[in-house]
Design a protein. Structure first.
Length: 334
């Protein structure tokens, strides 16, 4: 009898433990569902964001800015990294349309080829915001606004600085150019702005220009080829800091002193680039700000509410010399 009572007490204890575990398990599942999101009709805005990739320090800072700002603004963010491939971005945008997100935002890896998917978003009644890079679509009703930089101006500021530096040059000044990925708005526009500015001095000549895809590895590899093919290189214009940083390795390995034997001009002004400038390895940087998150979330709320927003919103940017970089570095956020 005593033995039977002990057994039944044991079974009850097991049953209580099992149901406690079950409740705990359900609660845990419930929590992860809430955290996982999905388009719910709870008044919260859901944004689908397609990012170019993770090719540079600029891009990493941009992604952080977008994720942090979405959280701060109470916007549910669905984020996709396209690994620098347009087809991945089109796929991500189509997924966001299927999921019926409230707003789609993206930074187009290249300028062309977006009309069909943008039309699909428009037909589904989902507003699209372009951020960082724009598209060349003739139909401007396919997106609500563009938020980002004036890339032509960045190239022009870089070129104007060089024109000033080389105004007393009596012979040819040989320039090599590391472009961003082929077809990207910042690659096209920075090339244009720089080319227009240096046209002011016929001594300034671009002797080689190749894409380095905005990456350090690309910058290093293409600079190695430039150095092999061209015995006299006076200036490097790199479309971003990362390619310039990669090129530094190639230049040093070739026995040349960056910043002295070869004048180096870049775009972005991320921390590593600013450090190279302060250290005298770079000579000039035109800034391009990646901190677009807060303005993007603000625009998302406005377009979701049906408010009219400006067709184009440009970021305020500056330029840095070596002395200015030394001053700015301690407070640089990215
Ligand atoms: O579109 C902005 C550019 O993309 C940045 O200048 C570059 O670093 C990035 O990869």
């Amino acid at each position: 009898m005593g033995k039977m009572r002990t057994q039944s007490v044991r079974w009850r204890a097991v049953a209580v433990l099992a149901s406690a575990l079950l409740v705990g398990g359900v609660a845990a599942c419930g929590n992860s569902d809430t955290g996982g999101g999905g388009s719910k009709d709870d008044g919260k805005i859901t944004m689908g964001f397609s990012q170019v990739g993770a090719e540079s320090g600029w891009r990493t800072a941009n992604t952080t800015s977008i994720k942090e700002s979405a959280t701060a603004a109470g916007i549910e963010l669905k984020f996709d990294d396209a690994q620098q491939k347009q087809e991945n971005q089109i796929k991500a945008i189509r997924n966001y349309i299927q999921q019926k997100v409230d707003v789609i935002a993206f930074s187009p890896v290249v300028e062309s080829g977006w009309d069909t998917v943008l039309k699909e978003a428009k037909d589904a009644g989902i507003p699209v915001i372009l951020t960082d890079r724009s598209v060349d679509s003739a139909d401007k009703t396919l997106y609500k606004t563009f938020l980002g930089s004036d890339f032509v101006k960045e190239g022009r500021l870089a070129g104007e600085w060089l024109v000033e530096q080389k105004k007393t040059a009596s012979g040819p000044v040989n320039i090599v150019e590391l472009q961003g990925n082929t077809g990207a708005a910042p690659a096209n526009d920075r090339k244009k702005g720089f080319g227009e500015a240096i046209a002011a001095n016929p001594n300034l000549k671009i002797i080689a220009s190749q894409p380095g895809d905005f990456t350090r590895a690309g910058g290093k590899q293409v600079m190695e080829q430039f150095l092999k093919a061209n015995p006299k290189i006076d200036v490097l214009f790199a479309h971003n800091d990362d390619m310039g940083l990669g090129a530094l390795e190639a230049i040093t390995a070739a026995g040349k002193v960056p910043g002295k034997d070869i004048t180096i001009i870049t775009v972005d002004a991320v921390k590593d680039g600013m450090q190279a400038l302060a250290d005298g390895k770079f000579n000039f940087i035109a800034e391009c700000s990646p901190l677009l998150g807060p303005q993007l979330m603000d625009l998302a709320k406005k377009v979701h509410a049906g408010e009219t927003v400006p067709a184009r919103i440009e970021t305020e940017e500056t330029t840095f010399t070596q002395e200015q970089a030394k001053e700015a570095l301690p407070n640089r956020k990215y």
